[in-house]
Write a protein that binds this ligand. Structure first.
Ligand code: BJW
Length: 240
């Protein structure tokens, strides 16, 4: 890894793999979410238009699962919070995950580029609000009283991920880019490594297996996130 100075900005991208050991399913592993439901049905605007109840049921179930007390931040989430706290420069955490385990693990400088499970948005008035219970096609928006316009605050295929300008600005000025627990198959996140490398950053992948774009990284560290991430954070802080 090229040298990192304490004032250097670090950008970290996380995916479903970091939450796997907390009890949440990934998408593309053999036992993942896309082995159980069709992404065209539950993760596209067209699927939602065709059958909103099916989509609400899918996200209601995931919301209930995330609220289960057995689902807690793991050692990898906690290590990233420690890095943010102890690294003298900025650490920006960009997650593709819609769970709240990074926040619960202590991270604060965080972007949920694919939205948040515990939030819903009204397509009529645009108000985004917290929701920990169930929604359905008859849900009334508490802000504008419209029926049936409340949808999960998540980014589906074909929709624009959130806060892209802020993310690219950080990628263009970071000295280290780290990708954790993502298969590198979904854009624009899959292209972040190239944007960071082009700007001169060192790039490291931590994943259970070599991702689709593993060759784009300077370094690849293989293994479960609860083991690799704390060790990697120790290494960074020792060198700072
Ligand atoms: C472990 C582990 C452990 C396991 N420890 N590791 C053709 C070419 C190129 C692009 C396109 C194309 N056609 C369409 C597109 C664009 C499209 C896209 O990328 N499609 C691809 C499928 C080709 N993208 C979009 O539509 C996006 N919007 C967009 O592009 O807008 C235009 C735009 C362009 C440029 C700039 C700005 C905008 C929107 C994508 C929305 C994705 N939404 C979802 C659902 C969100 C809500 C929800 O959660 O339900 O996001 S899909 C799903 O995939 C979810 C995830 O965030 C995302 C990524 O998945 P992730 O996290 O990588 O999970 P997995 O399962 O794939 O991988 C887990 C990894 O962990 C594995 O590698 C395991 O080995 C590992 N692992 N256990 C460490 N213990």
């Amino acid at each position: 890894m090229a040298s990192t100075r304490p004032d250097h900005r670090i950008v970290i991208l996380t995916g479903a793999g970091i939450s796997k050991e907390s009890g949440l399913d990934t998408f593309r592993d053999a036992d993942g979410i896309w082995a159980k439901v069709r992404l065209e049905d539950v993760a596209t605007p067209e699927g939602y238009q065709r059958n909103p109840r099916l989509v609400h049921d899918f996200y209601n179930a995931r919301r209930a699962n995330l609220a289960n007390p057995s689902v807690q931040p793991n050692a990898a989430h906690q290590a990233l919070a420690r890095l943010e706290r102890d690294w003298p420069g900025e650490v920006l955490l960009v997650t593709q995950n819609i769970d709240d385990l990074h926040e619960r693990g202590g991270s604060r400088n965080l972007i949920h580029m694919h939205g948040e499970l515990f939030r819903v948005t009204c397509t009529a008035c645009g108000v985004i609000r917290e929701e920990r219970g169930e929604i359905d096609p008859d849900t009334v928006c508490p802000s504008c009283q419209t029926v049936g316009t409340t949808r999960p605050h998540v980014v589906w295929f074909g929709e624009m991920p959130l806060e892209m300008e802020r993310i690219y600005e950080a990628l263009e000025t970071c000295r280290l880019f780290v990708s954790i627990g993502t298969s590198g198959t979904v854009y624009p996140a899959a292209g972040f490594v190239q944007a960071a490398a082009l700007a001169g950053a060192s790039t490291v992948e931590l994943n259970m297996e070599r991702s689709v774009g593993a060759d784009l990284f300077d370094e690849h560290i293989q293994g479960p996130a609860t083991e690799t991430v704390p060790a990697f954070v120790d290494r960074l802080l020792a060198a700072s």
